[in-house]
Design a protein. Structure first.
Length: 1171
């Protein structure tokens, strides 16, 4: 009997049935056969209420009948009464004999209650009783498929088919699983036989068409799908799937596909709008934005939205996420952390979801599904929000929905002149329409394969469905033109031997032997990326281009050649390449496609350059610029909301390259009120982001000796920031095992171990484990009465101690916590080397005598001072009552113990790097709620950044409150925040700044070695700024924010750290390019700033450039900062005349009579010295 689905039982059982208990005569206590049949008929008619009433009468009149209780349990289950259903079905199970139906129904109750593992066991038991029991078998197959265990599900079906090889439901399910397992050849073969048996089954015909599409048999596919549509014209899911498939077909025009989308809307978007409450039409208020997706995770959608969402200002955007997938990974957690409301809507119908969105009073609803499987187009058609917008996720064309107001796109995806092909009004962003974030498993980049192979390897790792006969003909002509070249194809569908054979045969037809075509199937993602190290040049397919695949190829240093297709789906690569600075790889036609490919194939040095630079180029481009993208997205959402509030209809919105917005048919730019970066050309405004965001490049390493932090009730909240990596020593085994079993990320606990001198010691185990220590407690008569029992030693145990300096692999320790379980003086004495770079020292100090040889406060302060620490404050003060026996009479006042908080002394603070200052500030703020010292430390980094912190911190009631965000980004995500922490002034003293300002005021042509606040001031002074910098990310940030007056170039000198300093000499041969950069400009400069890396070499090249291009040497001033305090720079004085000196800065002109050979010799001596 077929069971109808309900909200309480979201699973359905297409083959479920209740067997009639056939007997030769109506035995005493058994439901008569005719009454059983009556129940079955009512069930099949869907009359749940009558079924329930009849089943209740069965249970009352036939209490020993298994059928009676089985029927009652099934009826209660369908009505959502899970607990009552469980009791009835357990009663049925207790009666004589085992029944697969009872197991099946009880399993469904367990599943609905969330008891999935128990449900699975019962389903397996049902199959043991009856191996081809359809309901349980199909349910188990679905469970396995949901976990992507398709082969295991197919094996279950194959076992059942051995008993019943003609079972139609099993065969249909197997066909579906074969499609999902990407075994298209087998799926097509099975579906062909099923369609022969059921020629009028629309779903089977559509599935066969789908298989044909994935095998590249487009004409056969269209025939089957059209036949399916004619048989079932009302099935909107089949129609949506067809819309997706059409984009792979090279024979269909953009107009044909556009019309198909319009037809979908006319046929299926017929539901009446859901009722919506009246919303506040204030254009300036916080906007409530909803997003619907199954991709809030490691998924193409997740990789295109996650990073930018982190920078959507909370005061502007209230974010509601409606997830259609309950999988959770690091991307999910990041999105959840940014969202204000997180709702799982997996089990909601289209109507229920529309009602929920309307109830949530969403202002702007953003669809991230399109027409993909499980889409919510019918929900969108019910218009649950005043404004509805399409963005990534099945974004390959217009949705065709008249209820969709806008689509977020860009000027490359949707060039001018295509608006008529979209029912939505287009929002054209100034850069890419997505913001890419790599997954974090990116392997290192190898050498150009052609150097070792002796031939060029072209490659395409796109979905093989995108490869068609027309494309193969073009690729074959390219392979013929590039002698000995090979083509490497990789994709999941290539697990099908039939597809591989078809592809090889098509290439053979065009004269390409099989040995030149290498084909591979599915592999783990990191191995997929690693495979790019075997590709020289990537070829984009047509008419459906790559998207994420293109970004990943560039990430691996492989150039991608593309020819834009006729639809949105065909222009993904074009926009990613263009916005990554690779528009030269976008072809105009097939002839141009071959020209670009052949040109690259014959230019190995160019391929080597791409190999070494593309990853950085991509990561520093608008394609990955989350902060920039979020600013534009925020502006766009505010603009369309303001327009809506003014009563105007939606209109196309375009950004120009400067980020200015304009609606179609309007003469002026649109202004919006949002929190954004101030105008960088206005020297009266801060150039930093108004809200403050913590951004850490690595985890903060904490060593917790005694597990004080791990046992703190607030530790889980602290750990949720994902900012800390904790190593705990738990000598008394106080940390529950659940905290040591991997359930806490980034926590490692060593039990029965303590810090010390590395020698064996003894642990005095006390009644209260908090008293247990390697130090012996005082005798009982020396302790106050309340302490005598807790301090009583139960036993002594041998214990291992570790010397802090002897711990292997301890490259960095940021925060050391010591409680009373170890001897703090011994620990400090044996950790001097490690403590040299430690940022925070926290020591528990009893204020009353507790242990023999207990160090007092003065000894601890002195020992900490030996490692460069000074006592900053006391925290976690613990008090005891002075009234023994009357503890509850008055608040305790006697100080018992405190935590001493030590920070680096002034001499050490002065030497800390930026990252260390920010890390220390982060700990003090987030853990100890200290605000003044973090403000002071951040001020050392950047005064304007400190003001941002002060403004943000002033509005918070607790350390973690918004707008602060505390998390460590995935390893491949660069610190986007530093790009925007632009200083408003040079990093100089006040008097040095005055000197530099005077130089700028009289300058007309300016060059700088090193950039930052000097660049900002020069642009504000109206100068064109030419210069060189070693940090490409910093250059991009300055160029974007300061506009077309900023002409900085980034010179690749290998990996750099803070202040652009090379992290190693691995790329020392590149260092000379930095100081040479000025010679790329054939113009004189009257002011040259030397304030970056390679200072002596740069000064020498500045002198040489002046000698070449300026006949009046006295008119060129060279400003060198941090000069007089660094004697290693002084050899350059031989070639300079001092004009003015202020503190560490000097202004010079070039000597008239200098020795040019000596100047060149000096440059050669210092060209590789980055100091």
């Amino acid at each position: 009997m077929h069971k109808k689905s309900s909200q309480a039982t979201p699973f359905s059982a297409p083959s479920a049935r209740l067997k009639l208990q056939e007997v030769n005569h109506v035995a005493f206590g058994q439901v008569p056969i005719e009454k059983q049949q009556q129940y079955v008929d009512l069930h099949q008619a869907g009359d749940n209420q009558s079924c329930l009433e009849l089943a209740e009468s069965f249970a009352a009149h036939y209490p020993d009948s298994r059928f009676a209780w089985k029927a009652l349990g099934s009826s209660l289950l369908r009505n959502g009464a899970l607990d009552e259903a469980e009791r009835a079905l357990n009663r049925a199970a207790s009666l004589q004999g085992e029944d697969p139906e009872v197991c099946n129904s009880l399993a469904r109750v367990y599943h609905a209650q969330g008891r999935t593992e128990e449900a699975i066991k019962l389903m397996h038991r049902a199959l043991e009783i009856e191996p081809d029991f359809a309901s349980s078998l199909l349910w188990l197959c679905r469970e396995l498929a949901d976990k992507s265990q398709y082969d295991a599900a197919i094996e279950l079906l194959d076992n059942a088919l051995l008993c019943n090889p003609e079972h139609r439901d099993f065969l249909k399910k197997k066909a579906n699983l074969l499609l999902r397992a990407i075994r298209y050849g087998e799926a097509a073969e099975l579906l062909e036989s099923l369609c022969a048996l059921e020629p009028d089954n629309a779903i089977l015909l559509h599935s066969l068409g789908n298989a044909y599409y994935n095998l590249g048999r487009f004409e056969d596919a269209e025939n089957k799908i059209q036949a399916s549509r004619e048989l079932d014209p009302t099935n909107f899911l089949l129609a949506s799937d067809h819309l997706l498939l059409m984009h792979y077909n090279p024979h269909l025009s953009a107009e044909t596909i556009h019309q198909a989308h319009l037809n979908w809307d006319a046929l299926f978007a017929t539901e009446a709008p859901v009722p919506r409450a009246t919303v506040d039409q204030n254009p300036d208020r916080r906007i409530r934005v909803g997003m619907i997706s199954a991709g809030f995770r490691i998924h193409p959608v997740g990789q295109m939205i996650t990073s930018c969402l982190q920078f959507l200002p909370r005061e502007d955007i209230e974010l509601y996420c409606y997830t259609m997938n309950d999988k959770c990974d690091p991307y999910t957690q990041l999105i959840q952390r940014r969202s204000d409301e997180w709702r799982s809507v997996i089990r909601l119908s289209d109507e229920e979801l529309a009602e929920r969105i309307a109830e949530d009073r969403i202002d702007i609803l953003i669809d991230l599904c399109g027409h993909t499987e499980g889409n919510r187009c019918k929900t969108i058609a019910m218009r649950p929000a005043p404004l509805q917008v399409k963005w990534v996720g099945g974004q390959i064309n217009t949705t065709g929905l008249t209820a969709m107001d806008y689509m977020i796109t860009d000027h490359v995806e949707t060039p001018e002149g295509v608006d008529h092909l979209y029912t939505e009004k287009l929002i054209r962003l100034p850069d890419d329409y997505i913001c890419y974030i790599p997954r974090g498993d990116t392997p290192s980049i190898g050498a150009v394969p052609a150097l070792e192979n002796g031939y060029i390897t072209f490659g395409c790792f796109n979905n093989p469905t995108k490869i068609n006969a027309q494309l193969i003909e073009q690729w074959a002509s390219l392979l013929l033109a590039v002698e000995h070249s090979r083509l490497f194809l990789k994709g999941s569908q290539f697990g099908s031997e039939e597809l591989c054979g078809r592809v090889r045969a098509m290439f053979k037809h065009h004269g390409i032997d099989e040995h030149r075509i290498h084909i591979e199937g599915r592999s783990p993602h990191v191995e997929l990326l690693e495979a790019y190290n075997r590709v020289d040049i990537a070829l984009d397919p047509w008419p459906y281009s790559g998207g994420l695949t293109t970004c990943e190829a560039i990430l691996m240093g492989v150039p991608v050649i593309t020819l834009p297709g006729p639809t949105f789906a065909g222009r993904h690569s074009a926009t990613h390449l263009t916005n990554a600075g690779l528009a030269n790889l976008v072809a105009r036609n097939w002839q141009d496609y071959r020209r670009i490919a052949i040109g690259l194939a014959n230019d190995i040095p160019k391929l080597e350059h791409y190999r070494s630079s593309l990853r950085q180029q991509l990561q520093h481009s608008p394609v990955c610029d989350a902060h920039r993208f979020a600013r534009h997205l925020n502006s766009a959402l505010r603009a369309i909301w303001q327009r809506h509030c003014s009563g105007e209809n939606p209109a196309a919105l375009s950004f120009n390259p400067n980020g200015q917005m304009q609606f179609a048919n309007e003469d002026t730019f649109t202004s919006v009120r949002i929190n954004e970066l101030p105008n960088p050309r206005d020297p009266n405004h801060s150039m930093v982001q108004p809200d403050f965001v913590w951004s850490l490049e690595r985890h903060i390493v904490v060593m917790d000796c005694g597990s004080k932090l791990l046992l703190d009730p607030g530790f889980d909240a602290l750990a949720s920031t994902n900012a800390f990596q904790v190593i705990g020593f738990d000598p008394a085994s106080r940390v529950p095992r659940s905290d040591d079993d991997g359930t806490r990320e980034n926590v490692q606990v060593f039990q029965h171990t303590v810090l010390g001198d590395g020698k064996p010691s003894v642990l005095h185990a006390c009644i209260d484990p908090a008293w247990s220590s390697v130090c012996k407690p005082l005798p009982a008569d020396a302790l106050p009465g309340a302490m005598q029992l807790p301090a009583q030693v139960l036993t002594t145990l041998p214990i291992s101690t570790l010397a802090l300096d002897d711990i292997e692999g301890m490259n960095q320790l940021d925060w050391l916590i010591l409680d009373t379980s170890g001897n703090p003086l011994t620990i400090l004495e044996n950790g001097r080397k490690t403590l040299e770079s430690t940022l925070l020292l926290q020591i528990r100090c009893p204020t009353q005598p507790r242990y023999l040889h207990q160090p007092d406060l003065s000894h601890l302060i002195a020992s900490a001072a030996e490692s460069g620490f000074t006592l900053h404050c006391l925290t976690d003060l613990q008090r005891v009552s002075s009234c023994d026996g009357l503890q509850n009479a008055f608040p305790a006042s006697q100080l018992d113990s405190v935590d001493l908080l030590f920070v680096p002394c002034e001499a050490r603070l002065a030497k800390l790097q930026i990252e260390q200052l920010l890390t220390l500030s982060f700990i003090l703020h987030n853990v100890f709620n200290i605000r003044d010292l973090p403000a002071s430390l951040i001020h050392r980094v950047d005064p304007d950044l400190a003001q941002r912190y002060i403004r943000a911190a002033a509005h918070m009631e607790n350390p973690q409150q918004a707008p602060m965000e505390s998390f460590v980004r995935p390893g491949t995500v660069k610190n986007q925040d530093k790009e925007f922490n632009l200083p408003t002034a040079p990093h100089m003293s006040r008097d040095e700044r005055e000197l530099f300002a005077r130089c700028l005021s009289s300058a007309e042509s300016y060059f700088e070695f090193g950039s930052g606040g000097s660049t900002v001031w020069a642009v504000a002074a109206g100068l064109e700024v030419h210069g060189v910098e070693s940090d490409a990310q910093w250059v991009n940030a300055l160029s974007r924010e300061l506009g077309d007056r900023c002409h900085l170039v980034a010179v690749d000198i290998g990996e750099v750290g803070e202040w652009g300093m090379p992290t190693s000499n691995k790329f020392a041969e590149l260092f000379v390019d930095y100081s040479r950069a000025i010679h790329q400009l054939q113009q004189p400069f009257d002011l040259i700033l030397v304030d970056g890396r390679f200072r002596v070499a740069c000064a020498a090249r500045a002198i040489e450039h002046t000698l070449r291009h300026n006949t009046n040497l006295a008119s060129t001033r060279i400003f060198i900062h941090d000069f007089w305090n660094r004697e290693q720079y002084h050899p350059i004085l031989e070639f300079l005349e001092l004009v003015e000196r202020v503190e560490t800065a000097g202004v010079f002109t070039v000597r008239e009579d200098l020795d040019r050979a000596a100047l060149r010799s000096l440059w050669e001596s210092y060209a590789h010295d980055p100091a």
